[in-house]
Design a protein around this ligand. Structure first.
Ligand SMILES: Nc1nc2c(ncn2[C@@H]2O[C@H](COP(=O)(O)OP(=O)(O)OP(=O)(O)O)[C@@H](O)[C@H]2O)c(=O)[nH]1
Ligand SMILES: [Mg+2]
Length: 257
């Protein structure tokens, strides 16, 4: 089941619209590392057509951004993406991502159609050079740790160092503590996540790909931030991502799915 989903998304990627904006091959096709990125990655991750464009799923969109999911292997990046895109949870045995993959989703943000091209990276160390090559085109990064895995939390500092090294300076970064549904196995308190995020000046929230908690909200918040940055009127106040997230969570009584 799981591999079918991945195979399907790879096929989509190959025949995707706007070929200069989409990968022409994946690491599984035999190309690796920087060579792949040089062939596939456009000079800017941002698409801002003068009139609506059409995505490969047939949906119109006004503006497009690239969002990358990063973090240790097993923290739930693929599951988060599948939950957001398909509204389902990939239960069962864990199949680690090989290389990199992507899926598109068009969202309606303040009457603007925003296409997110979401890159799902492999957390395993051996694919790190592939991931590095894609950072520079990312407009936003969702950095995940697993609240039941302390090591994945401890590695966040190293991930942030890597992000500073390889990503664009103005990239939007959001820290997500995933698997918040696992109350019995929890090894990292929410307050610890909040503290670390404050230290690095990045927004934070806990999510669950399993229950759906805050998944839509995480992507919506990032899409709103990117849309505001690009289309903001001169007198319009700056979008406050963390404030928006806090307000939305309060409105939903803390646990929004
Ligand atoms: N309880 C719980 N389990 C989850 C959640 N998200 C993912 N998992 C489980 O965690 C394991 C790893 O999930 P993946 O999404 O494949 O992890 P990944 O980050 O993509 O891992 P790599 O591809 O190796 O980088 C799987 O067994 C999932 O079922 C969650 O929110 N809650
Ligand atoms: Mg994965």
């Amino acid at each position: 089941m799981r591999s079918v989903i991945r195979t399907m998304s790879r096929k989509k990627a190959v025949k995707g619209r706007g070929s200069s904006k989409s990968p022409k091959s994946s690491p599984s096709s035999g190309r690796t590392g920087k060579g792949l990125a040089a062939a596939a990655a456009p000079s800017s991750g941002l698409v801002y057509p003068s009139r609506p464009s059409i995505s490969n799923s047939g949906e119109f969109y006004d503006i497009a951004f690239k969002v990358m999911l990063v973090g240790d292997s097993g923290v739930g990046k693929t599951c988060l993406l599948v939950r957001f895109k398909d509204g389902a949870f990939l239960a069962g045995s864990f199949i680690s991502t090989v290389g990199i993959d992507f899926r598109n989703k068009v969202m309606s943000i303040d009457a603007v159609k925003v296409k997110l091209q979401i890159w799902d990276t492999a957390g395993q160390e051996r694919f790190r050079s592939v991931t590095h090559a894609y950072y520079r085109d990312a407009n936003a990064l969702l950095l995940l740790y697993d609240v039941t895995n302390k090591a994945s939390f401890d590695n966040i500092r190293a991930w942030l160092t890597e992000i500073h090294e390889y990503a664009q300076q103005d990239v939007v970064v959001m820290l997500l503590g995933n698997k918040a549904d696992s109350t019995h196995d929890r090894a990292v308190k929410r307050e610890e996540g909040e503290k670390l995020a404050k230290e690095f000046g990045v927004p934070f929230m806990e999510t669950s790909a399993k229950s759906g908690l805050n998944v839509e909200l995480a992507f919506t918040a990032v899409a709103k931030e990117l849309k505001h940055r690009t289309m903001k009127e001169p007198d319009e106040p700056k979008f406050q991502l963390q404030e928006y997230v806090n307000k939305e969570m309060r409105t939903a009584g803390c646990c929004r799915s």
